[in-house]
Design a protein around this ligand. Sequence first.
Ligand code: FMN
Length: 216
Amino acid sequence: MKDVCESLKAIFSTDTWGEVIVSFYNENRVVGLMPLGLKLSEECTLSGRLYAGSRFYSYIISAGITELKCNVCVTQDPVLFCTAIFDKSKAIEILTREALLKKYCDICFTGFCEFQNRGDIIDLRVKIIEIVLYRELPRVFTRVNAAIIEALIWFTKIPYMECRDLATILEKLEFLREIVYRSTQKKLYIEFIDLIYSKALELVREIESSRCRSGD
Ligand SMILES: Cc1cc2nc3c(=O)[nH]c(=O)nc-3n(C[C@H](O)[C@H](O)[C@H](O)COP(=O)(O)O)c2cc1C
């Protein structure tokens, strides 16, 4: 249990959603597979939410399922996320074959997932029973990392942008700020995205009042 807790704490956090790929099993058959956001929760469990709209959500509701065996694959590989959305059978093949699993996943957690129906949302909680490590330093994908880096890239482009594109850049930054707000409660990340946005706003105003005055 100590090992499970330590591994989970090294990868997941209580304040930021870690995006993973989860496969669900009923009597050794895969009955669902999807990218999901999970957070570290009480007693070294992982918690997440199933939103209405997916086939898997409907399956849980219609079959009145309260618990399923599951496998959580931690990876930063966008290929596996895309496969999990656009080619579920291929993703099932990857996640059920050891040789392929180790090619795509940094670490896999096997456990039992409990479902609690709350209307439009099903709360889920995963209790881990087994860990298989495939990479020395496993890292979970977070939208917050991606959004902050993307926002920084756009911020650094501002000085070279055409005047007519400046408003679009601010819209992109607003969108990225929204992603950060929605995917973390970590103060430092929120402060950074706010800083990027306010600096961008300042810079755009400065540029608009200097080189954009002629209406370029
Ligand atoms: C990175 C990522 C994270 C996602 N997180 C969630 C989530 O936390 N909860 C959820 O219900 N759907 C989430 N989704 C959407 C589901 O993965 C999607 O609805 C599901 O794959 C649909 O498959 P199904 O209709 O076969 O069940 C996420 C999608 C992506 C790409």
